[in-house]
Design a protein around this ligand. Structure first.
Ligand code: NAD
Length: 355
């Protein structure tokens, strides 16, 4: 195993780096192929999923998570993820045991060539934590955050080397969903964003590299619109949790693995394509079909959504639902990848093909 080249990264001009971010920050980023160890800071649903994925891609994974049961939870998560990763032929040569949980953050990031932060979605906590990570991580190691919607500009407010901090937003479960949205903050060096995008791509992820910070990035903005409307419908007694889920899984959701919402609507226009679609249905845009402002999450609404979800689970526990979901995602990925390959498209499938 190669070691990280941290000794060559101490820049003699490091004190200038925080204000020289627009053009050429003093970053000596490691070569991608030299990175053999990754640190996961926070190892819940997402951090643990990342850990499983990094392990499958052959990395040694060092973890820091303050929860007393973090190691047990992570062990269970890796146990659940590994069979799914194996089915996708992604674990060849990898060791599922190459992980360790450390009592100390500095110890966990020691020797890591990349850090993935996945602590709870709390801005004050992220700010403090990223400052702590910054203080103990080798200066030219890129740090990615799994945040669902904060910008790196606001999260990196207290770090001294913001140029190496990027958002690397995954989707649950990170070991199966290919997409990662990558975007920097105002003080992130473009080369760090490029490095992170290349790193995730090298791992087999499908990366969208965004040029500007947008709250919620791309996919979560879209998901949030659907989620808000769904909550309004439950709140108003217009639809049940079960009806909402089925309206997607038995309806538009079936099209989305193959074609996204835009190409889907291109076909909704028939031979006239998107142009006809817009001309035909444009006036409907003015109809009051959606509300978009978030509903107030009253106890009544919360209880209704929780009770509906319990009914939808129909006695199946979380582990059983995860296994069902993973089997379904694997089947859909195989079908949609072969479908795209068969259609000769592949415009956005380069990273996945590498797997
Ligand atoms: N759950 C999702 O679907 C999803 C999807 C994409 C991104 N995210 C983002 O990933 C991040 C983690 O979310 P999650 O769903 O895994 O949450 P989670 O609650 O499952 O896990 C959070 C973990 O962080 C640990 N933790 C608590 N305080 C910490 C600290 N100070 N430093 C480090 N770790 C700490 C907890 O012990 C826990 O293990 C959030 O930023 C979230 O927005 C979540």
């Amino acid at each position: 195993m190669m070691t990280e080249s941290t000794e060559s990264t101490e820049s003699t001009e490091s004190t200038e780096s925080t204000e020289s971010t627009e053009s050429t920050p003093a970053l000596a980023l490691p070569a991608l192929e030299e990175v053999s160890t990754v640190a996961c800071v926070g190892a819940g649903t997402i951090g643990g999923g990342w850990a499983a994925y990094f392990l499958a891609r052959g990395f040694t994974v060092r973890v820091w998570d303050p929860a007393p049961d973090a190691a047990e939870r992570l062990g269970r998560l890796i146990d659940a993820a590994w069979p799914a990763l194996r089915q996708l032929d992604m674990v060849a040569g990898a060791s599922r045991d190459a992980w360790s949980v450390h009592a100390d953050l500095a110890e966990a990031v020691d020797g890591a060539g990349f850090v993935q932060e996945s602590a709870p979605e709390d801005l004050a906590m992220k700010r403090r934590l990223l400052a702590d990570v910054d203080a103990v991580t080798a200066p030219d190691v890129v740090v990615g955050s799994s945040t669902s919607g904060y910008g790196m500009t606001e999260m990196a407010a207290e770090v001294s080397r913001p140029e190496r901090f990027v958002v690397g937003h995954p989707f649950n479960p990170p070991y199966l969903i290919p997409l990662v949205e990558v975007v920097g903050g105002e003080s992130t060096a473009a080369e760090a964003v490029d490095w992170a995008a290349a790193f995730y791509t090298r791992l087999g992820k499908s990366v969208i590299r965004m040029d500007q910070e947008v709250p919620g990035f791309i996919a979560n903005r879209l998901q949030e619109a659907l989620w808000r409307e769904a909550l309004h419908m439950v709140d108003n007694g217009e639809a049940t949790v079960e009806q909402i889920d089925r309206s997607i899984t038995e309806g538009p959701g079936l099209r989305w693995p193959m074609q996204g919402p835009m190409l889907t609507f291109h076909l909704a226009g028939g031979e006239g394509g998107m142009a006809h679609m817009l001309d035909h249905f444009g006036p409907s845009l003015q109809s009051p079909w959606t509300r978009l402002d978030a509903p107030e999450l009253t106890p009544r609404l919360r209880d209704a959504v929780v009770a509906g979800s319990d009914r939808a689970a129909d006695g199946r526990g979380v582990a059983e639902l995860i296994a069902e979901r993973d089997a379904g995602i694997i089947a859909i990925r195989r079908l949609s990848e072969s479908g795209r390959a068969g259609a000769g498209s592949g415009a956005d499938s380069g990273a996945e093909a590498a797997q």
